[in-house]
Design a protein around this ligand. Structure first.
Ligand SMILES: NC(=O)c1ccc[n+]([C@@H]2O[C@H](COP(=O)([O-])OP(=O)(O)OC[C@H]3O[C@@H](n4cnc5c(N)ncnc54)[C@H](O)[C@@H]3O)[C@@H](O)[C@H]2O)c1
Ligand SMILES: O=C(O)[C@H](O)COP(=O)(O)O
Length: 387
């Protein structure tokens, strides 16, 4: 078996890449990779080579990856849940303060001062940069996943009154949420009462333009909006109107574009949410370890399109992994091929997730190519690997 080939897109932390080790050829110029590791680069226009088995997003959001197209080809897509959450939480706290205290304007003004009486000018001019404290104000957190929970809890510690909205919250994340966070059952109520609203949800067909004209019409006048999640969650034209009308007083976005950049009240941050050495290392290490375990053992952990599946380290003659559609009679057809050959199945596991499923089979003897072909040809089978 030759070396596994991994293509890198974006700058991936060396601490993570070093974990690939000797059996891997890793680089940005690899043509026919077994795996891809990336951050925000878009793969929507990319044709995938036939031998590409897996893609790891060193980060949270996977809207830059054509996940459904990958599923149809049996390509397993991973992300690294929670690995950059603390970095985003810290920037969210900073964003609330930036939106309140006119810190950026104040710094720019201080830098523009000239003369030999600067302390005097500072004291005379500072009043124009006064802004409210966040303590005692109401914060609405939309999305209570890895980041939203941390932001909500941090805001409680900063003495804010916090409302959380997430109809799909996981049990684990609910356990991690401070009891002081109040549950918002209805987004309209959250819009009506909150002084600050922060978004921590993925970009999907459901969430695109979640903040638009109708939402702004419900909001408290002067609300401050923090969007460190994805630009398209907010309708640009509508928030520009809401800023002009004074409904929104400040909009901190980690996703600036040409429409927003010079609008008064917009605080553009150049997608810095996860840009800390700590989270870049965390994400890369997690992504690399997941890719390695998948390529070497067929195990799936933290995939966004296939079920979690783990049979430990492969120590048998062959491990067969089969990505397939979640349809009846699949296991029967696979085991029929193996039993016709007289092969003893040492261990087998099958898991499903929505329309897709994954089967792992440990075999104590060689599997002949003809039978691998027969399994590949079963209707609904997307990909077969022999490890
Ligand atoms: N700015 C950055 O650098 C940066 C860094 C990390 C993540 N992000 C963005 O933040 C998003 C969230 O990251 P995370 O790590 O917290 O993800 P996560 O999967 O842990 O949490 C997302 C939460 O959103 C909830 N949700 C989904 N649809 C919802 C809806 N319609 N209404 C309310 N809640 C909904 C889910 O139930 C889940 O709890 C990512 O998808 C990514 O787009 C940005
Ligand atoms: O979804 C994410 O994890 C973030 O947007 C981080 O993106 P980045 O890795 O390109 O900084």
């Amino acid at each position: 078996m030759g070396k596994y080939k991994i293509k890198t897109l974006n700058g991936i932390s060396k601490t993570g890449l070093d974990k690939f080790g000797q059996n891997y050829e890793v680089g940005s110029d690899i043509d026919t990779p077994d795996g891809i590791i990336l951050r925000s680069a878009s793969l929507h226009e990319t044709e995938f080579p036939g031998n590409l088995h897996c893609i790891a997003r060193a980060g949270a959001g996977v809207n830059n990856i054509p996940v459904e197209r990958c599923s149809e080809k049996g390509i397993v897509v991973f992300n690294t849940p929670g690995a950059n959450a603390n970095a985003v939480k810290e920037l969210a706290v900073a964003a609330m303060l930036l939106s309140s205290r006119k810190i950026v304007e104040g710094i720019n003004w201080a830098r523009s001062l000239k003369g030999d009486d600067l302390p005097k000018q500072v004291e005379k001019g500072k009043a124009q940069f006064a802004g409210p404290e966040i303590s005692g104000k109401r914060l609405g957190v939309i999305g209570l996943g890895a980041i939203g929970v941390m932001v909500a809890n941090a805001a409680v510690n900063l003495e804010m009154e916090v409302y959380g909205y997430d109809p799909y919250i996981s049990v684990d994340h609910a356990w991690g949420l401070s009891r002081a966070v109040k549950k918002a059952n209805d987004l309209r109520k959250l819009f009506k009462h909150c002084d600050y609203i922060t978004l921590h949800i993925p970009l999907t067909d459901e969430t695109k333009h979640m903040l638009g004209k109708e939402a702004f019409a419900e909001m408290k006048e002067g609300v401050r909006i923090i969007n460190l999640s994805r630009g398209e969650l907010v309708n640009d034209e509508d928030i520009i109107d809401a800023l002009g009308a004074g409904i929104v007083s400040e909009y901190v976005t980690d996703f600036p574009n040409e429409k927003l950049i010079n609008v008064p009240g917009v605080i553009p941050v150049p997608h810095l949410g996860a840009s800390t050495p700590e989270s870049e290392d965390n994400c890369a290490v997690m992504a690399v370890m997941q890719l390695k375990d998948f390529l070497e053992n067929g195990n799936i952990r933290n995939s966004v399109n296939f079920p979690a599946c783990d049979m430990g380290v492969s120590i048998v003659k062959h491990r067969l992994t089969i990505a397939h559609k979640n349809i009846p009679k699949m296991l029967g057809q696979i085991s029929a091929v193996l039993s016709e050959q007289g092969t003893n199945i040492a261990n087998m596991i099958n898991r499903s997730r929505g329309d897709y499923a994954y089967t792992m089979v440990d075999l104590e003897e060689e599997i002949i190519d003809e039978n691998v072909k027969r399994i590949r040809n079963i209707t609904g089978v997307l990909r077969v690997r022999v490890i």
